[in-house]
Design a protein around this ligand. Structure first.
Ligand code: C2E
Ligand code: CA
Ligand code: CA
Length: 699
């Protein structure tokens, strides 16, 4: 059985409190009641005790990422009492102020007990060091400052500083889940320059007390300067960690808070979440209403966010119109989503800015600890990722999802490498045959590009063509594809194969007025007759820009190139419109073909398309023919050509030749025109689209 782990904080608490209390008990036993009035009547004791109380009750505020830490300067005066009135008086005085401080500042019994025990131990250790060094009795009291004692007195000051502030630093570190060592080293110089300096002044305090008590109040001056410098450094720190416009924590402070909370959660368990909020359209507000109004809006947004969160949550402004919220102590990430929606709703209520009322839309990305990341940077980055998804999908709120991150990394990598891949000939073409339905003859093939990526393997065009369009690589890509296709046509014609090749072009190519000339040059260079090249243009491209379509298609058609409208049926063009364009054929989109002949609607659409197209003198191709039933139905409907997995998937040029040989061999063996008994495997042998039947039948 696993023993329950005890929190280091508990060990530390007990390790300080128990010996401290034991020591106090021994001191209490040794004190004779008759000694007390005499000690209390000492003016020197009171001269220092006057300082002790305010120093214990009003600590110096030390700026820290998690807020402020309190640093008490009382120990310096406790030390002065130790040297002038003895160890028992000093411990007694410190115990009294610690209890007083505990009561006034409501520290609670446990922490007050800790303070009491802690002071007693620290002073006892200091007394030991000073007496050992100076030869003075262990109880001290009335120590004179001279050449022999100054060293031990300063050493004692050092010990007291380390024991008091070191223990406090360890305590703060443990309570905040930080590494005590890292915490102390971060804080040391500040503590040494304030409390340490005060402590080192104690020999002077002793000299002053011995010569004339009137001088003692002057010790208030260095004390004042310590407070002053601490408060101004608090101000500076505040400025460095806060956004000046909204007063909210800035990125540095925000990150620090997450860091502390994640450290705490790692220790104690727990869930926390970060919400990144980006205002939509803030730039327009700034541009149209001016920067001042933009600033006022940001301030009001900050207030709204704050008002809609719990006390323990942190809102920060990370910059521009980007805010972030940190939710500690969550029961689950669903609560973070709830909060995100609540914040969005709060922002949508109109803001009133200089006579205008404005509602703000925003996008929120959520990432949580430990589910999405264990350190602040990962969590922030993933929240950012989710926020972009929320913007892209226009959903308002998105929680980080790992797969998406990987996908977007891959997208990014592919975008960056695409141009180089075109130059390095990493793009290659596969060819998918189109067969004449009446006799099964192969009359042309469609060239479909693939990217043979050195790392990702074969990347499909659906993944990189959109990237090429966005990154301006479409032109070199299409030229590369045309070049390869023409070389292949030439190769086949050397083998006496009079096969035409269809090449797809994209919207971007369609805006490229130089494209026809470029194609012309390529045809000449490869010595390929234009009738062997087909260009597939999607229906949506024709609708987007009819004038340009007319121009480019006119040029290509004049050159003798065959033009086919791809994905026909997915756009809203009419056949009457197509009639005005120099189109040679159309390819009915695969979505209408797939369910033939079972789907009656599709059958009706395909039938009427074929009829109208034939009336207009257009050749009709059906793509996505996956079954023998579809093949039969299309042949019966009078469609001209069919393309699809039932015949063959797109294949590399050499494999296509093999496939073709076996295809024609079968066709010749069987009587042509037998419909479903054409050289194909039985329908039930037709596998899913991914593993095409023709390829199988070759084995
Ligand atoms: P597309 O022009 O409509 O090409 C037909 C797509 O359908 C091809 O996908 C093909 O492999 C697939 N396909 C063929 N037969 C069947 C079938 O029976 N069933 C099913 N479900 N699918 C079938 P691929 O090769 O992944 O190409 C996707 C798209 O990428 C193409 O659609 C085309 O728009 C684009 N594309 C491909 N190569 C190029 C190119 O060189 N340039 C441009 N601009 N676009 C290209
Ligand atoms: Ca196509
Ligand atoms: Ca298509």
């Amino acid at each position: 059985m696993r023993r329950p782990r005890i929190d280091p904080l508990v060990w530390f608490y007990l390790g300080v409190t128990l010996p401290g209390l034991a020591l106090l008990a021994r001191i209490a036993q040794s004190v004779h009641p008759a000694e007390i009035p005499a000690a209390l009547s000492s003016p020197v004791l009171w001269a220092f005790a006057v300082f002790l109380v305010p120093c214990e009750l009003w600590p110096v505020e030390v700026p820290l990422p998690a807020g402020t830490e309190e640093m008490k300067t009382s120990a310096a005066f406790g030390y002065a009492i130790l040297l002038t009135s003895g160890a028992r008086a000093a411990i007694g005085a410190m115990v009294v102020v610690a209890v007083l401080g505990g009561l006034v500042r409501r520290r609670g019994i446990w922490w007050t007990t800790f303070d009491v025990a802690h002071y007693a131990l620290a002073l006892a250790m200091t007394a030991f060091v000073v007496s050992a060094g100076s030869g003075a009795p262990r109880a001290l009291g009335d120590v004179q400052v001279d050449a022999g004692t100054i060293g031990p007195i300063l050493a004692g000051a050092g010990i007291l500083f380390v024991t008091v502030h070191g223990v406090n630093a360890i305590l703060t570190a443990l309570r905040n889940g930080l590494s005590p060592f890292a915490y102390m080293s971060r804080d040391f110089s500040f503590q040494a320059s304030t409390a340490g300096v005060l402590m080192a002044l104690s020999p002077m305090a002793v000299v002053a007390a011995h010569s004339n008590l009137i001088v003692v109040p002057l010790l208030g001056l260095p004390l004042y300067s310590v407070y002053k410098s601490a408060s101004s450094s608090l101000g500076r720190e505040r400025d460095a960690l806060h956004d000046s416009l909204t007063g909210l924590p800035n990125r540095t402070l925000f990150r620090d808070r997450i860091e502390q909370a994640t450290a705490r959660c790692r220790r104690n368990g727990g869930i926390l979440a970060v919400l990144l909020i980006d205002l939509d359209g803030f730039k327009e507000v700034n541009d149209t209403l001016g920067h001042h109004t933009g600033d006022v809006l940001l301030q009001q947004v900050a207030k709204r966010l704050e008002h809609n969160l719990r006390q323990v949550d942190t809102v920060a402004r990370l910059g521009g119109d980007e805010f972030a919220v940190f939710l500690p102590d969550l029961g689950g990430l669903a609560l973070a989503q709830e909060t995100a929606h609540r914040l969005l709703a709060a922002l949508q209520a109109p803001f009133h800015l200089e006579g205008i009322s404005l509602s703000v839309q925003a996008s929120v990305g959520i990432a949580g600890f430990p589910e999405h990341g264990l350190d602040p940077d990962t969590i922030l980055q993933r929240a950012d990722n989710a926020m972009y998804e929320a913007k892209r999908l226009k959903t308002g709120v998105e929680t980080y999802m790992q797969g998406r991150d990987r996908a977007s990394r891959r997208r990014l990598a592919l975008s960056g490498e695409l141009r180089g891949a075109v130059d390095d000939n990493q793009l290659l073409l596969h060819y998918q045959p189109k067969a004449r339905l009446s006799d099964g003859a192969i009359v042309s093939v469609e060239a479909l590009v693939r990217w043979n990526h050195p790392w990702y393997g074969m990347v499909p065009p659906s993944e990189f063509i959109p990237l090429a369009e966005r990154t301006g690589v479409m032109r070199p890509l299409t030229i590369n594809v045309l070049d390869q296709a023409l070389r292949q046509i030439k190769e086949w014609s050397r083998l006496q194969l009079d096969l035409s090749v269809a090449v797809n072009i994209s919207t971007q190519n369609f805006h490229d007025l130089l494209l026809p000339d470029e194609i012309d040059q390529l045809l000449t260079r490869h010595g390929v007759p234009p009738r062997l090249l087909e260009i597939e243009i999607t229906e949506s491209m024709l609708i987007a820009d009819p004038l340009r379509a007319m121009h480019i298609m006119g040029r290509l058609s004049d050159m003798g190139i065959k033009l086919v409208v791809d994905d026909f049926g997915t756009g809203y063009s009419s056949l009457a419109y197509l009639k005005r364009l120099p189109v040679d054929g159309l390819k009915i989109d695969q979505s209408f073909i797939k369910h033939l002949p079972a789907d009656e609607n599709d059958t009706v659409i395909v039938r009427s398309t074929i009829e109208l197209a034939r009336n207009l003198g257009l050749q009709v191709v059906a793509e996505g023919v996956e079954t023998v039933e579809a093949w039969d139905a299309l042949r019966d409907l009078g469609c001209d050509l069919a393309q699809g997995y039932w015949l063959s998937p797109p294949l590399p040029a050499d494999e296509l030749l093999q496939w073709w040989r076996s295809w024609t061999a079968r066709g010749e063996r069987m009587a042509p025109g037998l419909g479903s008994s054409l050289p194909m495997p039985a329908p039930e042998a037709v596998p899913e689209a991914a593993a095409p039947p023709a390829a199988r039948s070759l084995q």
